[in-house]
Ligand binder design. Structure first.
Ligand SMILES: [Zn+2]
Length: 284
């Protein structure tokens, strides 16, 4: 079920659900990964629990583009705020709206941004896509616009300007809150929870004859899936929930080839790539 966080500007609420008893064909979405930056030499132990503390991995900074049925949907949005360049050693940076033009898509053509979670490098680009409706878990929205900033709140990796941008998008009537686990966000795109990387992060399944799961930070690297090892979690007690989610993502996709990790540069080797773009799923 979907609920609107505010009244839609145009008065029309798009209904992702199907009229009862009328089966709708699943849109034949294409899926592309866009690498807008890299962070070389990231501590692997920060991505795979228990990894050798000395091991380093070059990670890709990515958002995904899902196109079909008249929509351009981003899963995550990258970042653009200056302060994060001094916090992390970001290289090869191209602002996400510019990186998107590599697919021949203008930023204003983006209809929807599904935000996996509120961290700086995932929600930090929503302002770059001003026409888009932002889809985020209700609990994620409520926590990071509220309790996270009060005593005892956890707000590591959250940029307060991103939160303001999210609230502004809501004031403009273009935030849709996703109500928990196993929910159709848009026709043929379902959101799942259970991996508490943040307060209520989500991952998505793009349905079709060849279904794909886009994990975002709920599964950073192929290695998380191959060894069923959690990455960073909201609380240490969430480790088993995170590991169960890795298992579930593999089951939902039906093949390990169709689960795409959040920060693994290997996705640009395993799928046909050109420049910054990997073609995850070709037109059906
Ligand atoms: Zn994250």
């Amino acid at each position: 079920m979907l609920l609107l966080a505010g009244a839609p500007v145009n008065g029309i609420a798009q209904d992702a659900g199907h009229p009862e008893g009328v089966p709708q064909p699943t849109p034949a979405y294409t899926i592309d990964a866009v690498r807008y930056a890299s962070i070389p030499g990231f501590r692997t132990a920060g991505l795979v629990m228990g990894a050798d503390p000395a091991e380093r991995t070059d990670i890709a900074m990515v958002f995904w583009v899902i196109r079909g049925a008249g929509r351009v949907v981003l899963f995550d949005s990258g970042f653009h705020r200056e302060r994060w360049f001094s916090t992390f050693d970001v290289t090869d940076y191209l602002r996400p709206d510019s990186a998107l033009t590599g697919l021949g898509v203008a930023a204003t053509e983006v209809t929807d941004v599904i935000v996996s979670h509120a961290h700086w490098d995932h929600m930090g680009g929503i302002e770059l896509f001003p026409e888009a409706t932002v889809h985020i878990q209700r609990e994620e929205y409520e926590y990071y616009t509220g309790a996270a900033w009060r005593e005892g709140g956890r707000r590591g990796g959250i940029d307060e300007d991103d939160v303001v941008a999210l609230v502004r998008r809501n004031l403009a009537g273009r935030v849709r809150l996703v109500e928990g686990d196993d929910v159709e966000v848009l026709p043929g795109i379902r959101a799942y929870t259970g991996a508490r990387h943040t307060y209520a992060s989500q991952y998505i399944l793009v349905e079709g004859a060849e279904p794909f799961v886009l994990a975002s930070d709920n599964g950073y690297l192929y290695r998380n899936f191959e060894t069923r090892t959690a990455g960073a979690t909201f609380l240490p007690t969430d480790r088993s929930g995170n590991e169960a989610a890795l298992e579930r993502m593999l089951r939902l996709a039906g093949s390990s080839d169709r689960v795409v990790p959040g920060h693994d540069a290997l996705q640009f080797a395993r799928f046909p790539s050109r420049g910054r773009v990997a073609r995850i799923r070709a037109p059906g």
